[in-house]
Design a protein around this ligand. Structure first.
Ligand SMILES: C[S@@+](CC[C@H](N)C(=O)[O-])C[C@H]1O[C@@H](n2cnc3c(N)ncnc32)[C@H](O)[C@@H]1O
Length: 241
């Protein structure tokens, strides 16, 4: 019998923020297929998963996915596509051998996660494996919680975007929404702070770096973050009200 492929959200960092279902699946799967890109080649998702479930005795297959942006209206970079195909080939082999494979992914699989691209690649290759996706606590919710700032209440409108969008798009989206969550802010802090300053919203923003991890940092004055080395695991919430 063929194995099942699970994509499991492991939350933003604190293993206690992982769901019981995610932990159960990690426990029962013999093969952990872990994405890596950062943390000196290590995998943050693996670190979180093994903080809640014993990884000894598991077959850990680490796979590097290049950190290159995928744009919604362009074909992905060939290096990125090759990484998805290699991942799909390795996973296919395990599933055909009857092994269950789990792909732990940071936060929630539905939010900027490679896990969905790998599922799509498996499906586009014609595979008929059983796939299950398990939601997780996203950095979005975790940031809102530690910043003690709601994302949306009543009939408010919430927008989530990568901060790498150009200023004109951010201006338009800010005009349309009541709160906006910026992900992937680490390389564009100066520009983003400048824009929010111009729009009179800089004091409505909170930046959370390494949310839920032991060295978490909350920036209530985001001007202080300009010129600082901000970690990739950083999320900003701007709430107009
Ligand atoms: C590729 S996206 C992954 C999002 C993830 N799937 C989620 O649901 O949180 C990476 C971005 O998530 C955010 N992020 C992930 N972990 C974080 C953390 N512990 N603290 C703050 N932001 C985090 C950052 O904005 C980072 O640039």
């Amino acid at each position: 019998m063929q194995g099942t492929f699970y994509v499991v959200g492991v939350g933003p960092g604190d293993p206690q923020l992982m769901t019981l279902k995610a932990a159960d699946i990690l426990e029962k799967c013999g093969v952990w297929f872990v994405p890596s890109a950062f943390e000196n080649g290590g995998s943050m998702a693996l670190r979180i998963a093994s903080g809640a479930v014993e990884s000894e005795g598991k077959t850990i297959l680490s796979h590097r996915f290049p950190m290159k942006q995928v744009h919604r209206d362009k074909s992905p970079d060939p290096e990125v596509q090759a990484a998805w195909q290699q991942a799909a080939a390795t996973i296919t082999k395990c599933l055909e051998d009857g092994q269950d494979v789990v792909f732990p992914t940071l936060g929630d699989p539905g939010i900027y996660s490679t896990g969905f691209y790998v599922c799509e690649t498996l499906q586009n290759n014609g595979a008929k494996f059983h796939i299950e996706i398990v939601p997780g606590v996203s950095a979005i919710g975790a940031t809102s919680a530690v910043a003690e700032m709601p994302l949306c209440l009543g009939d408010e409108r919430l927008v989530v975007i990568p901060a790498t969008f150009e200023n004109d798009t951010i201006r338009e989206l800010l005009a349309l929404s009541d709160s906006i969550v910026f992900m992937k802010v680490h390389k564009v802090m100066a520009r983003l702070v400048g824009l929010l300053e111009e729009l009179g919203l800089v004091d409505n923003a909170v930046l959370v770096e390494r949310c839920s991890l032991p060295d978490q940092k909350i920036w209530t004055n985001i001007r202080d973050a300009v010129g600082e080395e901000i970690h990739y695991f950083s999320t900003m919430v701007v709430r107009k009200k």
